[in-house]
Design a binder for this molecule. Structure first.
Ligand code: NAD
Length: 532
């Protein structure tokens, strides 16, 4: 049976030098790899329920309030117990980060890059162990966990190399009689606020880009995934990160997170999450606090309502496979997930029939056993998703799924759900659901399909399946998304090849994993020196 697994990537040629190559994925059809993964899962299972502290200026801090991170596939299982930073921890965290900034900002770029290389190397050594944490903490199956940790390693390698490249930046011209130079210097203390859905890669990516650029960080992970973040910060320390460079503070977004964003000494906010929270952060950051002497920079990557267009002349088999993988990989909980299939009326029935058969092969169950689909992140999310499904049953035609997958266990399992005949501009067609729910929409032709695809407030990813060069060129010009894919699924962006970030309400188009990303974490100082 076809799985929702990612393709195998090429093997790495060399480390830290030569052309950048992305981290290869494991092939779990290989029995030895599967055996090693099972043993990593068993090892991590033995470490569940441990307590983790806040880390402020290198010191361990306890709080009375705690955050319990639960296994979504088995909510009675505690993955980690975390301290909960409150408003009173903002000032100590800020002071620690400011103090560390004095020396870290002056540490050579080579040394800062070397830290990232060491972190990437160490993670490579223990890759399956980190993957296993994701299996327990957010219910990723093995391939999805592999993609997350591989991307984290890629960020270590890529941003370290990028920092070294930025250090060699030059002004486009030299004025006669002058020595003109350009220096990308750090900004200051950044608030790094990630989501839970790529709990390692996005959390680590924003943190690594920050620190390799010479900034120091207050890291507030999502309350649904603080354990993998704690593991990552432990690794930074083990690899020689000085105290106070990253201050680890799990806490509630609305109290601790909001207070860090509003602090006058916060220089920038690197956020990935929902549209609502992103806009709130943007608003808070735009208000000058007493004592604040800069315009805060916001790097905001937000939601999506991503569409795959299936044209009449598309290869239907490959379109069905791409849509199924993009809609239901990691339970549809990717910002890039396909939540709308916009299908030409001439192939609509055929596509639906094949899609139904394909989706019904998806096995929902415990990701520790490597089921195709695990549980959704928490109870609240499950209820929201089931609410959308009920709405969809009224607005459209249920093709498959439509309920909680109770046979999979006590966790928050939902059947992969396809609802056809959804009308443009209806709730299911416009709102981000962030779960395993696909709306299928009938289009009168390619023009109509493009019009529907562009008609939401988002603009993150999209894909087009067609055999027509002319339509491909039109999509490149007219399909308004930050990441467009042709004849492949709309998930699975690779560092370096697919710099990632969306348009419109999907965010500030920061393009993580791309050549412009570190500009956002630095400021350029131009120096014109008269030659005596
Ligand atoms: P969320 O917006 O609920 O939370 C994101 C983070 O913001 C969490 O750490 C949360 O604690 C914090 N937060 C909440 N309120 C806050 C406040 N007032 N001030 C400061 N911080 C606050 O998002 P989520 O549920 O964790 O993640 C899912 C969302 O993330 C989806 O919308 C998804 O599309 C989006 N996402 C986008 C991208 C992208 O690259 N565009 C990538 C992954 C996820």
């Amino acid at each position: 049976m076809a799985t929702l697994e990612a393709p195998v990537r090429p093997a790495r040629a060399s480390l830290h030098s030569g052309p950048f190559v992305t981290e290869p994925f494991f092939d779990f059809r290989n029995e030895e790899n599967a055996r090693r993964m099972r043993s990593a899962i068993a090892k991590v299972r033995g470490q569940l329920g441990r307590e983790y502290d806040l880390i402020i200026g290198g010191k361990r801090v306890k709080t009375t309030d705690k955050i319990k991170s639960l296994n979504p596939s088995k909510p009675s299982e505690i993955v980690g117990i975390h301290q909960k930073a409150g408003k009173e921890h903002v000032e100590p965290a800020m002071q620690a980060a400011l103090k560390a900034f004095e020396s870290w900002s002056r540490t050579s770029i080579e040394e800062r890059a070397a830290l990232l290389f060491r972190v990437g190397d160490a993670m490579r050594q223990r890759k399956m162990e980190y993957m296993a944490w994701l299996v327990f903490e957010v219910s990723k199956n093995w391939a999805e966990a592999d993609a997350d940790i591989s991307e984290t390693i890629d960020f270590c390698e890529f941003y370290a190399r990028e920092a070294l490249r930025f250090a060699k930046a030059q002004t486009p011209i030299q004025l006669p009689g002058e020595h003109d130079t350009l220096h990308y210097i750090p900004l200051g203390v950044g608030a790094v606020i990630p989501p839970w859905n790529f709990p390692c890669a996005i959390m680590a990516g924003m943190t690594l880009a920050s620190i390799v650029s010479g900034n120091t960080v207050i890291l507030k992970p999502s309350s649904d995934s603080p354990t993998i973040a704690a593991k990552f910060v432990e690794l930074l320390e083990e690899c020689g990160m000085p105290e106070g460079v990253v201050n680890f503070c799990p806490g509630a977004g609305a109290s601790f997170g909001d207070a860090v964003v509003g602090h006058p000494k916060t220089r920038y906010i690197a956020f990935t999450g929902s549209r609502e929270v992103g806009l709130q952060i943007n608003k808070t950051a735009a208000t000058q606090a007493p004592g604040q002497i800069w315009v805060k920079r916001t790097i905001l990557e937000m939601g999506g309502k991503d569409a795959i267009i299936v044209d009449a002349d598309a290869d239907i088999d490959s379109a069905v496979e791409g849509v199924a993988q993009a809609a239901f990989g990691f339970q549809g909980q990717k910002c890039s997930a396909c939540s709308r299939a916009i299908v030409d009326e001439r192939v609509y029935d055929k596509f639906l029939q094949q899609l139904k058969a394909r989706v019904e092969q998806i096995k929902v169950g415990d990701p520790a056993e490597n089921a195709n689909m695990g549980a959704v992140i928490n109870e609240g999310s499950m209820k929201t998703i089931l609410g959308y499904i009920e709405q969809g049953k009224k607005d459209g035609r249920l093709i498959t799924g439509g309920e909680r997958a109770t046979n999979a266990g006590e966790g928050y399992f939902i059947q992969p759900t396809v609802i056809a005949d959804i009308q443009p501009r209806s709730k299911l067609e416009q709102e981000e659901i962030f779960g395993p729910v696909l709306a299928v929409i009938k289009a009168r032709g390619f023009d109509h399909a493009l019009e529907i695809a562009n008609d939401t407030e988002f603009g993150l990813t999209g894909a087009v399946y067609t055999s027509s060069r002319d339509k491909i060129d039109r999509a490149i010009r007219e399909f308004h998304v930050g990441n467009l894919y042709i004849n492949r699924k709309c998930t699975g962006a690779m560092v370096g090849a697919h710099p990632f970030g969306g348009f419109n309400m999907s965010g500030t188009d920061s393009k993580s994993g791309g050549p412009d990303y570190l500009y956002l974490f630095t400021q350029a100082k131009a120096v014109g020196e008269k030659i005596a």
